[in-house]
Design a binder for this molecule. Structure first.
Ligand SMILES: [Zn+2]
Length: 396
């Protein structure tokens, strides 16, 4: 299994200054290599391969002494990055994407890292040394497992530095087999509701940080372009963004861990359909990014633990169908938090009812082992028309 570990880097002015200079040189090389490709194309409609551009790197070092200190693999990585941008561009063109953007020249804010491969670095306990740059201290929050393939040093907009170790052969943490399954519905009022009736609310600190972010963004707008004050304001905005992101990720990790630890199969609804639904307790941007990120985490955590997350298709009335008798309440509006089924008289909480439907459809489709509560629901004749759909199509 592949995995990336990210840590904050601590160091002194000199080492960070050197790392900053390496990023600058890499960016310059990237832009030069792009210029070369464009020039060759303009001259005779020709092209130059990644390989031949890499072969020119020794010449670059010979002519420009500032590049001599930068590791050869780091410079190779720059050319490979450009090549990847080209490949992605051609792939988008081939797929008929009308808006396929051509690889761009990178400005200062658009290039913020360099990557080392096997050589030029050494990790000793909490210390990472990079040849010709210096020694950094790592905030080692958890231990690295597997074989380190690449080491990426990154400067973020907040001015903080991070290192990412991309590792291969990371051992899986397979959990004990579980036959339990559950359906999860992302809520309107709360963050999510599951088919066993548990509700997870959005933490209150989301709103506080959101307020902070909004105030700082307003301040940034008032600052004059190019001024010192604007630069400072931009760093403050970046810091607020980082805070929101950290809080959100921390919150999502905890919930995803909980579900993956408890259930063998987790059913979720295709997220796109939620595009219309607005979580009134959070700004749209945070709510949307949270759900997407949450499902992403759920997916890779489940994969890591040999568990399953199954996305089920849009079935029209997931919240409008009574999970007890299957009758459809056509009059339900987005504002109805609760409703009473006209057919059987059961009072439903909107989100809980939807989560139960998701679990039931998922279980019907997958033939998953169902237990207790879920069995009770399954005994009710399924009113949902799913036609001849095959489960396979809904696996990721
Ligand atoms: Zn009913």
């Amino acid at each position: 299994m592949r995995k990336t570990y990210k840590y904050r880097l601590l160091g002194n002015r000199i080492t960070f200054g050197k790392a900053d200079n390496w990023i600058f040189l890499c960016r310059k090389l990237y832009n030069t290599a792009l210029e070369q490709r464009i020039a060759i194309y303009k001259q005779n409609k020709g092209s130059i391969s990644c390989y031949s551009q890499i072969n020119q790197l020794p010449d670059l070092k010979a002519y420009f002494s500032e590049y001599r200190e930068v590791g050869s693999q780091v410079l190779q990585g720059v050319i490979e990055r450009l090549d990847k941008a080209y490949q992605n561009f051609f792939r988008r063109v081939k797929n008929g994407n009308g808006k396929a953007g051509f690889p761009r020249f990178k400005g200062r804010d658009r290039y913020d890292s360099f990557t080392l491969k096997q050589v030029g670095w050494k990790l000793e306990g909490k210390y990472l040394s990079i040849r010709n740059v210096g020694r950094f201290k790592l905030k080692l929050s958890r231990l690295i497992a597997g074989d380190i393939k690449t080491v990426t040093i990154r400067r973020e907009a907040t001015g903080k530095w991070y290192v990412c170790f991309s590792c291969n052969n990371v051992p899986e943490r397979i959990l004990e087999k579980s036959s339990k399954s559950i359906g999860i519905d992302v809520g309107i009022k709360s963050f999510l509701v599951d088919s066993e009736g548990n509700t997870v609310d959005n933490p209150a600190y989301f709103r506080q940080s959101e307020g902070l972010l909004r105030r700082r963004q307003r301040r940034l707008c008032r600052r004059i372009k190019g001024s010192n004050g604007r630069r400072q304001a931009r760093v403050l905005v970046a810091k607020a963004h980082e805070k929101v992101k950290n809080q959100r990720n921390d919150f999502l990790h905890k919930i995803a861990n909980k579900y993956v630890a408890q259930y063998g199969v987790i059913f979720i609804e295709d997220l796109n359909i939620k595009g219309m639904v607005r979580n009134h307790h959070l700004s749209k941007s945070i709510a949307d990014s949270s759900w997407g990120k949450f499902f992403e985490m759920l997916n890779w955590k489940a994969e890591e633990a040999a568990r399953e997350v199954i996305k089920i298709p849009r079935f029209e009335p997931s919240s409008k169908t009574c999970s007890d008798c299957g009758a459809v309440n056509k009059d339900l509006t987005l504002n109805d938090r609760q409703w009473v089924c006209q057919a059987c008289g059961v009072l439903h909480d909107r989100d809980y009812n939807a989560a139960k439907n998701i679990a039931r459809v998922g279980q019907t489709l997958s033939g998953a082992n169902v237990c207790g509560y879920a069995k009770r629901i399954l005994r009710i004749p399924a009113p949902l028309e799913l036609g001849s759909v095959k489960l396979r199509e809904y696996r990721q």
